[in-house]
Design a protein. Structure first.
Lengths: 134, 86, 91
């Protein structure tokens, strides 16, 4: 497919636009993808990614809300997440994994590039109670 | 005067296109509703210009009402449990 | 008594004002300029509908169409400016 050298595959771009708004989103998703039989909780993710448990819980919940992870409860208030995307999304994530390994900087650039930030700010402005914390 | 109104209609239509693109990019239904709202506004201005009528005749104000109701619906939907998107 | 059309314009103005409040509040909080331009646009739309109401209900002898359309146009141009030109990442 003829494409400018800087361009990522369209499926990856769409995946990023819809679900992956920070590097941690990508790291979380790819980590869970690497061990699909494991059920992850926020406390386990915290250790794996060197982040706070709050942040871990937020990222997991967000990916779950986006339909990329399946959630179960283990009965002790902890939610466990497993990598469980649809078939089409799984293909996109596979592409993402390849691209992220080879061209991490470009992926990060795309994640943090312009209009989407302001666009999402526009939408979240209409929350009467104020924006969700990222 | 028609020209001015036509320009206003055109601006609404273009802004609506942007909202449509934002909907494509974010899948947030708010933008779809805003796009429709702005296009209804464009339609109102176009209709009024073409028919040469003033604003409180021939029910064009109902189209405008629909446009603003769409915005109200969008805001309501944003606040009533749309937690998947930001 | 006001007609249905006039009530509609008041309602539209009120909705636009709600948008103004939400957008400018978010702009004050985050500094994202698109919110400022959108806020200005909705101020203009609120004014336009307000003027429309006044045009029909109060100042029936004066034609405010120039003002109405002019205000709306300025507001929309601000919005389009924000959407097209003022597009930089603000981090």
């Amino acid at each position: 497919m003829a494409r400018a050298p800087g361009e990522l595959p369209p499926a990856v771009l769409q995946l990023i636009r819809r679900h992956l708004h920070s590097v941690l989103d990508v790291e979380t998703l790819l980590l869970l993808r690497s061990q699909p039989e494991t059920a992850w909780s926020a406390s386990v993710l915290r250790i794996a990614l060197y982040i706070t448990e709050e942040a871990a819980a937020e990222h997991l919940a967000k990916l779950h809300a986006g339909g990329l992870l399946a959630a179960t409860h283990d009965g002790e208030h902890a939610t466990l997440y497993r990598y469980a995307p649809s078939a089409a999304t799984a293909r996109a994530v596979d592409e993402l994994a390849v691209v992220y390994a080879q061209r991490k900087v470009r992926v990060i650039e795309v994640i943090y590039s312009g209009p989407l930030d302001s666009v999402r700010s526009f939408a979240s402005a209409f929350r009467l109670r104020g924006p969700r914390r990222k | 005067m028609s020209f001015l109104q036509g320009m206003v209609g055109m601006c609404f239509a273009v802004a609506g296109l942007f909202f449509l693109r934002f909907w494509r990019d974010t899948r947030d239904r708010l933008f779809l509703l805003f796009a429709l709202s702005f296009w209804l506004q464009a339609l109102t201005r176009a209709g009024l210009s073409l028919a040469g009528q003033s604003d409180d005749t021939a029910y064009w104000y109902l189209v405008r009402l629909a446009a603003f109701l769409l915005i109200v619906v969008a805001i309501a939907m944003k606040n009533l449990g749309d937690d998947a998107e930001d | 008594m006001i007609s249905l059309a006039e009530a509609t314009y008041l309602l539209c103005a009120a909705t636009a004002l709600l948008c103004v409040i939400l957008l400018l509040r978010a702009f004050a909080r985050s500094g994202v300029r698109l919110l400022l331009w959108s806020g200005i646009c909705f101020i203009a739309l609120a004014l336009e509908n307000g003027l429309l109401f006044l045009d029909l209900a109060v100042f029936t002898d004066v034609d405010l169409r120039l003002w109405r359309n002019g205000v709306a146009l300025i507001g929309l141009l601000c919005l389009l400016f924000g959407l097209i030109w003022d597009d930089r990442v603000q981090r």
